[in-house]
Design a protein around this ligand. Structure first.
Ligand SMILES: [Mg+2]
Length: 354
């Protein structure tokens, strides 16, 4: 089994958190983001005060108001959520390029190859939590584990505003005690069937051979056998829709100072503009960004909303990025975030969970 380091990040009541941040009047009392109760609207997300009344995602707004008559329901502002999501992803990209978003507010990060904090995924996750809180003023929960299924369970373990780590040595004991309903891919029907067979925890499940599980559950039996032992080899896949286009170059000799970095900008921008010209029309170039990797492999990305894609804008970003490290540079990258004009994801984002 390969040893990987996977982080699952999940924002705490994301849409509601953004609304409370932007309108502090909403904080500290039950509120939700959702549709109007007199138009068959549903709750997309609610804060923890509302959850105390039993209000949940995907519940009708009308029913939510019955449970909690003081509930304040505000209309969703998807552009604000997308913007926050882009800012969070910009933070993720400082640690790894291997990012798989599950929704606007949730993603897997594979940091197995990351050089940050001597490769400590726990410290990377803590740093991400700190930076999101400091720059976006919302909280995220993190799970750290050797695979996706455990990382996702872990991020829920200390929610909200928590982190839970499952080290490779702890996998065995952690999974043994896990109810089978928590396993990836086990829905209500499968959980009921398992329970009828006397299987409540993964420890119970381990009594069953591969063959016996295959007889009962077909091809999913093999998967169950692995999950019961904490095995999940699914890779972290980058989003198939592009979020940015960029060009980068690693230099044979480190660039010693800011001036030598600035000298390299025009040629990088020229190749970037060639790539942008080749892109199909479903994307529109948006924010420019600059990536700098220093000689010690630490790296930083600077981006600027509203800035142009001219040389001077990139010079400005490069000055700021360089100032964060102030060390010799081994790699420079320039790019633009892309706006996806297909907009096909919006429907999926209506029910982001927690
Ligand atoms: Mg969430």
């Amino acid at each position: 089994m390969s040893l990987r380091k996977i982080i699952h990040i999940d924002c705490d009541c994301f849409y509601a958190a953004i609304e409370m941040r932007d309108d502090p009047r909403l904080a500290g009392r039950p509120m939700a983001v959702g549709g109007s109760p007199d138009r068959r609207g549903v709750i997309a997300t609610c804060n923890y005060e509302a959850r105390a009344y039993g209000v949940r995602s995907a519940m009708s707004s009308r029913h939510a108001l019955k449970l909690c008559p003081d509930l304040e329901i505000v209309k969703p502002r998807f552009e604000a959520y997308r913007e926050a999501s882009r800012e969070i992803h910009a933070i993720f990209r400082d640690y790894t390029e291997l990012i798989e978003p599950l929704s606007l507010d949730e993603a897997y990060l594979d940091v197995s190859e990351s050089q940050w904090y001597a490769g400590s995924a726990t410290r990377i996750a803590e740093d991400i939590r700190r930076r999101v809180a400091r720059t976006l003023h919302i909280t995220v929960s993190a799970g750290v584990a050797p695979n996706k299924f455990l990382a996702k369970i872990a991020s829920d373990w200390r929610k909200p505003n928590g982190i839970f780590v499952i080290t490779p040595e702890q996998v065995e004991a952690f999974v043994a005690a896990l109810p089978v309903a928590k396993l990836h891919g086990v829905g209500k029907v499968t959980a009921d069937k398992l329970n009828r067979l006397g299987i409540d925890t993964c420890l119970d499940l381990r009594e069953w051979s591969r063959l016996a599980l295959a007889r009962e559950f077909g091809s999913f039996g093999e998967r169950l056998w692995g999950l019961a032992r904490g095995i999940d080899e699914r890779a972290v896949h980058n989003d198939s829709r592009r979020q940015s286009v960029s060009v980068e170059n690693t230099y044979d000799n480190d660039l010693p100072d800011l001036a030598s970095c600035l000298e390299r900008l025009p040629e990088l921008l020229e190749s970037l503009n060639e790539r942008i010209a080749r892109m199909d029309s479903s994307y529109r170039p948006d924010k420019p960004f600059v990536k700098v990797k220093f000689h010690d492999f630490s790296q930083t990305t600077m981006e600027q909303a509203g800035a142009g894609r001219d040389l001077e804008s990139y010079r400005q970003l490069l000055r700021q990025a360089f100032a964060r490290g102030g060390k010799p540079v081994r790699l420079l990258g320039v790019g633009v975030r892309l706006r996806d004009l297909r907009g096909a994801h919006e429907q999926l984002e209506l029910f982001p969970g927690n």
